[in-house]
Every structure is written in structure tokens, then in C-alpha cells.
Design a protein around this ligand. Structure first.
Ligand code: NFS
Ligand code: SF4
Length: 663
């Protein structure tokens, strides 16, 4: 609601500084819409970031509000000069804050995974009829990987057993989560030694919340152990279950051509955007938009058809799985509403800015929340129920048609779209590299050993208005591929690079000679998009597979690999970072790192963890420096493996390979 003039005078509203668009984003569509927003007097998160100076104490995680004796702020120059009222040191305060971020981020993925498992159970029981088991082969593979007998058994029986087994990921109070079976033995040994193999995810989150309460765990190193255990319950637990069950129910991605960017919107069609994280809503609305009755209703309203487009992570998942066009990542969700062309925006959970409500209101876009966990004041709630999914999704389509018919404001859609290839699941990478008869990662390992590929990097995560939108992602990835590092991506980062054209196979010319040769031989782009943020589990599986194939060490920590979240913003990103680190990966974050340097906790995360056999954290906001750190780490690992000198490709026969595997 706009304040009336008198009210404004009384409250002496300070005029908002407007963002300098050129400094803000390299996404031309987003820039065009931000200009329009300024003309229209509409504010976005980019503007608010300029006006809301980040709290410096909070940015360092040097404040504690875990009890009413505080809040306590340790702002002295020397971080050890002061302690909280209870005596908590800077290390305790920072590690507890960090723990709470891990707990919340992990909980988001774990709750998402549990929803997927609930849907799976109901599909298997026959209580949900709108979804089916689309990929029985994947079902069998996953079942086998957790020790379930599949030979000669009915799909339904296997599925029932798989449900029971995977439920342990969440509810088990003792023992190890089922997907621990996928962890390379040496990595698992390290986890067991430190007591961080997750039991059940609920238990780990509960314990981490308990330990970070006032007056409980007051040793930063001990808190860090539980951070690892909880984060691993996300990566190898909740997230991995989410990915595997989504594949079983909706199909395992294989490469698919798809368009990204705001030009996906069509002026003469009813435009519907789905933004959020769980694929269920999106899968059902895909059915709704193809329903002949609704298509006819759209045509009767004067539209050429219904245009369904994704954003953020469920968008990335649908892009990878079905080639549904994707309009943009996290920092474009407000900007796209400024087109005036969005007739309905349906959201479920996670990364949904409350600011969307106001922007939607300004342009008459219908904004619908659908998940009982996530209402937003000012948005209409139409509950999505997996047992009757079409009730909600049909309604969204109907309301979008009404809005199309009543569009009043002029529409301005940026013209840009970029075509690319997405959908490189772990299974497909296996097949692509090894061929139908010997699907395997052996050729990838061979190419790493012979030096054509220097190493592998996962570049993932959010976009953030505190840095130049998309720029850090794009510069980092370009730098990596130029240096022969093969890049795997998920989430918003995947979209940044897709918009920049790196998902075209022709982008191979941007890669170094070795990587280019491999890409051209296989016909793949130098950057492989594997899906949404929960699909980072696909990167873990790929890493485990590389270890299993042999020749690159015995644990994930031995691999010439590194990870990055160059524009991160969410607590989920911290949980992801911690599970990659705990799995053995050097993981570099950009933007800012919520810890005071030169403290014991900082030293532990950035050095100590590696000495314990894990990976470690790194930080720099600069993409070139980030690439340098990652490549340096990759080279260090190559050296340790004795493959630092590029070798000629040796073709192994079966006997030699067996020998290699036995090493
Ligand atoms: Ni990941 Fe997805 Fe994007 Fe970041 Fe948000 S959408 S789960 S958290 S912002 S990549
Ligand atoms: Fe302050 Fe300790 Fe309470 Fe935190 S727990 S607010 S440091 S007194």
C-alpha cells in the first residue's frame, strides 16, 4: 500500500537511494527490468541492499542472542578482548551461530526430502494416483545400492522395502544412514573415526540445536563435529533422498535442449511461473497447462496458449528433467514481475522473497503460496495437496487466465533467450563417458590421469545483491574451464552460466585445449548442469564413483576436485558447504564469510579440518582469486597422486584395470 502524502510528511520518509544498475548485474534482462522498475517507482532487493547496510557485527557472527542476559556483541578489535555475559568466547559464539545456520539449512533440504519420501510411500500404497513410478530402473538401482534384493521381485515390493529403508534416513535413532553405503570406504573410515556418520537426520538436527543452546556445548571444535554430522545428514541423507525419489517418480534427467532467460515469457500467451523447490507442484501444473479444457479456456480469453516457465531451483529441476524453459535465478524473481507479463506466480518453499508480494501487487500479477509451511502475508494461499494436486494447480491456471484477460498495463518483455543443453544426471555422465556397454567413469578418470582434464569443480549456489549479479559465477567458471577444469553445476549458478551461453556445446572453445578435446569428442559442453540445489547430491555420487573407479586415490579428499558457492546467501548454502567439506572437498565461498579471521574457529574451518582428513573451507569474493585457489588445490592433489605431469593416455585392458582397482 502506498502511504498517502500527509502520512509521508509526518513520518519524514527518507528517500531511498536507487541502485546503480550497471554495477548491479550482468544479466541484461534483469538490468532492463530494473530500469523499468525505477521508471515505475517500484523497489526491489537490489535497492534495499544499497540502503540496508549489512550489520558489521552480525557479518562477522560476533553477536549472540541465544539468551536474555544478552544479546552480547564482541566488537573489540582483538576478538579475545571480551566475552559474553555468560563468559562465552568469540569461538563459542561464532561456532554456535554457524551451527544454527547448518541446522536450518540442513532442515530445509531434509524436510524437502521427507516430503518426497511421503509422496513416494503414498504412490506405492496406491493412495496417490496422480504420480507413478516413472523410472523403475532407477528404483532398482537405488534399492540395490542400499542392499535390497531386486532380482525377480515385483516393483511394488521393491518400492515398499526401499521406502522402509530410506525412512531411516530421517527417523533412525542409532546406527548409520542408508546412503552411508555409497561413501568411499576410506572417507567413511574418517567419519567413523571422528564419530560423525549421521544416525537419523532428525536426531542430528535436534542434537545440534540442543548443543548450540546457551550453556551447553562451549567448545568450538566439538560443535564443529556435530555441524559435520548434521550437514552430512543433509548431503548423503535428505538431499540425496530428494534427488533419488524425484528421479524415481518423475524420471532421471538425460540431456535436453532448453531455453533460459526472460525472453521465455510470451506476450500473447498466459504466462505462469513456478518458483520454489519441491518438484511436485511443478509436475502437476505441467499436467494442468496441457489440459485441453484449460488450454481452450486460455484461447477463449484471447491467448495463443499457456506458457509455463520455471525459476530458481524447482525451475532448474524441471529444466534438467523436462526441458521446461527457465526464466532466471534468485536475483531475477522480482525483476521478472516488472515485465507485467506474468499472469500467475506459484511458489512453494525456500528462497521466496517476501518482497515479491509488493512487486506482484504493482503489476497485477497473481501471487499464490501453495505449501502449508510457507504462507506470505498479502499473497493468496491455495493449498497444494499431493493427494489431489490438480485442485490447486488447475486453480492457479484458471486465475492466470483471468489475469491475462484483464491485463491492463503495457507489457515489456526482454527479448533475450539462450539455448543450452541441461540434464546431466550422474547416470547420464556415466553412460555418456563410457558408452552403453561399459557405462563407467573410467574415461573421466583416465582423462584426469593423463592430464587432459586437470580436475573437477562443483560451482553451485545462490545469487546475492551484495555482489554483481551473475558476474562472480560467470567469471569463475570461465577461468576454471580455461584451465581444463571440468565444471559441474546446480541451482542458481547453473542458470547464471546458461544465460551466459556456456551450456552450448560450442562453448567448448572457451575451454583449455585438453578439456576442449574431451568435450568435442563426447559432444558435451564444458559445463555440466545437474539440476537443483538438492541435486548437489549428484555431485557427491559422481565424486564417490570417481574414487571407486580407481587411479585417483582412496577417498574423496584425494580427488583433484574443489567446490565453490561464489554468490551464496542462504543457510542452505552453509549446510551444503559443510557437507562438501566434511566429505573431503575444498570449498570456497564468495560474498562474505560469517566468521572473524584469526580466531581458533576460523583456523579450524580453514585449515584444521583438512588435517583431520576432511576437506576445508576457503573464502574470497574475487572470482579470479577463487579460481586460483581452486586450481592450486587441484594441482596439490594431482601432485600427491603423482599425476602432476601430463601423461600420454594409456589404454588399459581389463587385466590392467583390475590391477589398478586392486591398488
Ligand atoms: Ni540453492 Fe535453490 Fe537459488 Fe540458492 Fe535459493 S533457489 S536451494 S538456496 S538462491 S541456489
Ligand atoms: Fe550473551 Fe552468553 Fe546469552 Fe549469548 S548465551 S546472549 S553470549 S550471555
Amino acid at each position: 500500500m502506498r502511504m498517502d502524502e500527509e502520512e509521508k510528511k509526518e513520518k519524514k520518509v527518507i528517500p531511498m537511494k536507487r541502485v546503480n544498475i550497471k554495477e548491479t548485474t550482468i544479466c541484461e534482462s534483469t538490468a532492463q527490468m530494473l530500469e523499468k522498475a525505477q521508471r515505475d517507482g517500484v523497489e526491489t532487493a537490489f535497492d534495499r541492499a544499497v540502503n540496508m547496510k549489512a550489520c558489521p557485527i552480525g557479518a562477522d557472527s560476533a553477536c549472540c542472542k541465544h539468551c536474555a542476559m544478552g544479546p552480547c556483541r564482541l566488537i573489540a578489535k582483538d576478538p579475545y578482548e571480551r566475552v559474553g555475559v555468560c563468559g562465552a568466547t568469540i569461538d563459542t559464539i561464532m561456532s554456535r551461530n554457524f551451527a544454527r545456520m547448518v541446522a536450518s539449512g540442513a532442515a530445509a533440504h531434509i524436510d524437502h526430502g521427507m516430503t518426497m519420501l511421503d509422496v513416494f510411500r503414498e504412490v506405492v500404497n496406491g493412495n496417490i494416483k496422480d504420480y507413478t513410478i516413472k523410472d523403475p530402473i532407477k528404483l532398482e538401482e537405488v534399492a540395490k545400492s542400499v542392499g535390497i534384493e531386486t532380482d525377480g521381485r515385483e516393483i511394488r515390493d521393491i518400492a515398499t522395502d526401499l521406502y522402509k529403508e530410506l525412512e531411516r534416513t530421517y527417523t533412525q535413532v542409532e546406527g548409520e544412514i542408508p546412503f552411508a553405503s555409497r561413501v568411499p570406504p576410506k572417507t567413511l573410515e574418517t567419519w567413523r573415526k571422528h564419530g560423525v556418520v549421521p544416525r537419523g537426520a532428525m536426531r542430528e538436527i535436534m542434537e545440534l540445536m540442543h548443543r548450540s543452546h546457551m550453556g551447553v556445548d562451549q567448545h568450538y571444535a566439538n560443535i564443529t563435529h556435530q555441524c559435520s554430522r548434521t550437514a552430512l545428514a543433509d548431503g548423503w541423507g535428505g538431499s540425496m533422498v530428494a534427488t533419488e525419489i524425484s528421479d524415481i517418480l518423475y524420471g532421471t534427467p538425460t540431456p535436453v535442449r532448453a531455453e533460459v532467460d526472460m525472453g521465455c515469457l510470451k506476450e500473447d500467451q498466459v504466462n505462469i511461473i513456478i518458483h520454489g523447490h519441491e518438484p511436485n507442484l511443478f509436475e502437476s501444473i505441467l499436467e494442468s497447462v496441457n489440459d485441453p479444457t484449460l488450454v481452450k479456456a486460455a484461447k477463449d480469453a484471447g491467448a495463443e496458449g499457456i506458457n509455463l516457465v520455471g525459476m530458481c531451483c524447482s525451475g532448474a529441476e524441471m529444466l534438467s528433467r523436462h526441458g521446461i524453459p527457465h526464466a532466471g535465478n534468485f536475483m531475477s524473481t522480482e525483476a521478472i514481475l516488472v515485465t507485467g507479463a506474468v499472469d500467475a506466480l506459484g511458489v512453494d518453499v525456500q528462497c521466496i522473497k517476501q518482497g515479491l508480494v509488493k512487486v506482484a501487487e504493482c503489476y497485477g500479477t497473481k501471487l499464490f503460496t501453495t505449501n502449508p509451511r510457507a504462507h506470505i502475508e498479502g499473497a493468496e494461499h491455495i493449498e497444494f495437496k499431493e493427494h489431489e494436486p490438480r485442485e490447486c494447480t488447475d486453480k492457479i491456471v484458471e486465475m492466470a487466465i483471468v489475469r491475462f484477460r484483464n491485463r491492463k498495463l503495457p507489457v515489456e518483455i526482454p527479448k533475450l533467450t539462450t539455448m543450452g543443453i541441461h540434464g546431466f544426471s550422474h547416470e547420464y555422465i556415466n553412460y555418456m563417458l563410457g558408452g552403453t556397454f561399459r557405462a563407467s567413469y573410467t574415461p573421466l578418470n583416465d582423462n584426469i590421469i593423463n592430464g587432459r582434464i586437470r580436475g573437477v569443480a562443483g560451482v553451485v549456489g545462490c545469487t546475492n545483491p551484495r555482489v554483481k549479479h551473475d558476474w562472480v559465477h560467470v567469471e569463475l567458471v570461465k577461468e576454471l574451464i580455461k584451465n581444463d577444469v571440468l565444471v559441474l553445476q546446480t541451482g542458481c549458478s547453473q542458470i547464471s552460466l546458461a544465460k551466459a551461453g556456456l551450456y552450448k556445446p560450442e562453448a567448448a572453445h572457451l575451454a583449455g585445449a585438453g578439456l576442449r578435446e574431451v568435450c568435442e569428442t563426447v559432444g558435451m559442453p564444458p559445463v555440466l548442469g545437474v539440476g537443483s540445489c538438492v541435486d548437489n547430491s549428484r555431485i557427491l555420487i559422481a565424486a564417490a564413483e570417481m574414487v571407486k573407479v580407481g587411479g585417483l586415490g582412496e577417498s574423496i579428499a584425494d580427488l583433484p576436485a574443489a567446490g565453490a558457492a561464489p554468490e551464496w546467501m542462504s543457510e542452505k548454502a552453509i549446510s551444503i558447504g559443510q557437507y562438501f567439506v566434511a566429505s573431503g572437498v575444498y570449498t570456497v565461498f564468495g560474498v562474505t564469510f560469517p566468521i572473524v579471521e584469526e580466531t581458533k574457529f576460523h583456523k579450524l574451518l580453514f585449515e584444521g579440518l583438512e588435517e583431520l582428513g576432511y576437506g576445508k573451507w576457503g573464502f574470497t569474493a574475487d572470482p579470479y582469486e577463487m579460481a586460483r585457489l581452486m586450481i592450486e588445490h587441484i594441482d596439490k592433489k594431482r601432485k600427491a597422486l603423482g599425476i602432476d605431469k601430463a601423461r600420454e593416455r594409456v589404454l588399459f585392458d581389463m587385466a590392467a584395470r583390475r590391477e589398478l582397482e586392486a591398488v
